[in-house]
Ligand binder design. Structure first.
Ligand SMILES: [Cu+2]
Length: 144
């Protein structure tokens, strides 16, 4: 490896350290929420976070495909309107979908990420594959 290459890598490292330091001072921290999904549960490692950037790191530890939907709604997680024919919660009627990790991104054993800018309020995390919501894949989530 040449001297110039090493020097450039060093300067890049210094620049990115400074960049992160500046961002932190500006209050742009990112809160990471690790979410475990399986049959049939959604288990975030925290259910309340400060407003701002939130990175959801979802891990499917089950045997089936799952998805992670971040829904902004005032309704409690277990009381979303339900469409019996489709065996699904009516997420669009219940509130605003702010983000989603699709089922094909989250097969068994895999992880996927989603970063959102969240304002304070009440949210619901859910998996809305047929029957999964009803079987318990929903949880209240609060942003301060
Ligand atoms: Cu599911």
């Amino acid at each position: 490896m040449s001297f110039l290459m090493t020097r450039r890598m060093f300067l890049t490292a210094v620049a990115s350290t400074l960049w992160f330091a500046c961002r932190r001072q500006a209050g742009e921290t990112i809160t990471t929420v690790n979410v475990e999904l399986g049959e049939y549960f959604i288990k975030p490692d925290k259910t309340e976070v400060p407003a701002g950037k939130v990175r959801f790191v979802a891990k499917n530890t089950g045997q089936l495909e799952h998805e992670l939907i971040v829904l902004k709604t005032d309704l409690p997680a277990h009381q979303l309107p339900y469409k019996q024919a489709e065996q699904k919660a009516e997420e669009e009627q219940a509130g605003e979908i702010l983000g989603e990790i699709e089922p094909d991104e989250l097969p068994p054993g895999k992880s996927a990420e989603l970063t959102l800018d969240l304002i304070s309020g009440h949210y619901v995390l859910l998996c809305n594959l047929p029957e999964h919501y009803k079987n318990g894949m929903h949880i209240d989530f609060r942003v301060r």
